[in-house]
Structure formats: structure tokens, C-alpha cells
Design a protein. Structure first.
Length: 285
């Protein structure tokens, strides 16, 4: 019996020594020891939380670098006019150069040019991201300017009426995409294709996510996407070397991807199919 008790004591000391060694290996310098957890909890890994799985499934907005539109000459449709934006020392975005090419009001067939000149650069006020992209507005007399920043360019929404400069007998519209000339884009044409592919993938990702949240919206989203394609073709047909380079289409795809990503992020949780309730059987007599 005494031998048996001694063996148990030795076995217990050995187990205690192993436990102390394991604890020493897990303790890191400066770490606070955690409370001991039950053996079952340590053996089974924690299941991922449901809300984390949903968050990971949400599409990320396509990468847009607004800084690439600053400090360079941008032209409407890559052809005419001039727009140059810069950050001031105070961090504010400013219009340092702005000119428009239009037509004479009294003689529409005759071209005219308007140079917006100010004593100091015109401050562009931030308007948030209503459609997923950074939007700014500049209070310019006779022709207020509102625009979204895309990579390497500025997108000005369509205006109902052209800006009329009565003193110069000239009218012009800033609507459309302001971006680099083809000579600049030819330096790295593959970059335009990569940006277009990334934006198209982001669009499809957001559309799928939105359909998960509203299965009845598939048809309306398809029509909306078709309308966007038609509008993009209309806007981009006048961009310089568009059939060859596709710069305008890639930047409008960025704008569309940013909008859909914002809508998908603001949508509610995915719909869950309703479970059919089983009919209760009447009790047997």
C-alpha cells in the first residue's frame, strides 16, 4: 500500500511540473496572465461570429486615388479647356486655373473661349461623398462648378443649361469628364485597362450583394445597369482616342462602382427564406 501511495505522489508531482512548464512557455514578457479557461473551451476553437461573416462578405469600394487629379492640366474630354486643381497650404482644395471652350451666343457656329480669372485661387468646398466619390463645389460667377474626383480626372455632372457669359457673348458647359490628353495616357495604357477591370469587378460584386438583400430588385438593377452603359457611351463618345484607350469608360466605371458600393453598404442584412411551418398532426384517439 505504501508503494502504491508513493507512486501516486510521484505521478502527481510530474503532472504539476508539466503544467508549470506549459504556463511558462505561454507567458510573454509584459503580458497579463489570463484567467484559466475550462478544458472543453480550450480544446474547441471559437466559431466565427455571424456579424463578422456578413461584414466580410460586403463588397469593398473600387480604389480611387483623388490625389492623382491634382496639380496637373485636365481638359474636357481630353481635348479642350483647362482645369487645374491644387491643395493650398491650409489643406483646402483650390481651382488655380479654369477655362472653357464654347460658342458665341449671337453666332452659334463661331467658337469662343472663356478664361475664369480671379485675384486668388477659388476655394472648392467639400460636399462629402453623396454618390461614393469625394464631391466639391466652387462658387464661380455665371457658372458654378460641382464635380467628383476620380483617378487622374474630374467628373462634372450633366447640366440642364449651358453657362452664359453675357459680357463675352459666349456660352459653354463644363459637363463631362476632365482628364489627361491621349499623349499622357499613352505612357501607360495598360493602367487604364487594369482600372477598368477592377471597377467592373467591383460593380458586379456590389450588384450580387444587393440582390442578396433584396431578391426582387434583380430586374430593376439590371435595367439600371443597362441605362448606365448607355449613358456612359453617350458621355464618352467625344473623349479623345476613347476607342483606343478607353480612359473615359474606365473612370465612369469607377464612379458607378463607388456608388453601388455605397448603396450595398447602406443596405440591410440579406433576406432569409421563410421556413415553412409544419402542420401539427391531430392527436390520435
Amino acid at each position: 500500500m505504501s508503494r502504491f501511495l508513493a507512486a501516486i505522489a510521484i505521478f502527481g508531482l510530474a503532472i504539476g511540473a508539466l503544467g508549470s512548464a506549459a504556463q511558462a512557455q505561454l507567458m510573454l514578457p509584459g503580458a497579463t496572465p489570463a484567467e484559466s479557461a475550462p478544458a472543453d473551451a480550450a480544446a474547441k476553437p471559437d466559431k466565427p461570429k455571424r456579424h463578422l461573416r456578413h461584414a466580410a462578405a460586403r463588397p469593398a469600394s473600387v480604389a480611387v486615388d483623388p490625389a492623382t487629379a491634382l496639380g496637373r492640366v485636365l481638359r474636357l474630354n481630353g481635348r479642350n479647356g483647362e482645369l487645374r486643381l491644387e491643395r493650398g497650404d491650409d489643406g483646402a482644395l483650390k481651382v488655380v486655373k479654369y477655362s472653357l471652350l464654347g460658342e458665341v451666343v449671337s453666332t452659334p457656329a463661331q467658337p469662343c473661349r472663356i478664361d475664369i480669372v480671379a485675384d486668388e485661387p477659388i476655394v472648392a468646398t467639400a460636399k462629402g461623398e453623396p454618390d461614393g466619390l469625394a464631391r466639391y463645389s466652387a462658387a464661380i460667377p455665371a457658372c458654378p462648378l460641382s464635380f467628383d474626383l476620380v483617378s487622374d480626372g474630374v467628373l462634372v455632372p450633366a447640366q440642364t443649361d449651358a453657362c452664359v457669359f453675357a459680357a463675352a457673348d459666349c456660352q459653354a458647359s463644363p459637363s463631362g469628364l476632365w482628364g489627361p490628353e491621349p499623349a499622357e495616357l499613352d505612357k501607360d495604357p495598360k493602367a487604364v485597362s487594369r482600372a477598368r477591370d477592377a471597377a467592373d469587378r467591383a460593380i458586379q460584386d456590389s450588384l450580387r450583394e444587393m440582390e442578396k438583400r433584396d431578391s426582387d430588385a434583380a430586374a430593376s438593377l439590371a435595367r439600371e445597369q443597362n441605362d448606365f452603359s448607355a449613358e456612359r457611351d453617350e458621355i464618352c463618345r467625344d473623349y479623345a482616342s476613347e476607342p483606343r484607350l478607353g480612359f473615359c469608360a474606365s473612370r465612369l466605371a469607377q464612379s458607378r462602382a463607388a456608388l453601388l458600393a455605397k448603396r450595398a453598404a447602406e443596405a440591410g442584412p440579406p433576406q432569409r427564406p421563410e421556413r415553412k411551418r409544419r402542420k401539427k398532426r391531430p392527436p390520435e384517439e
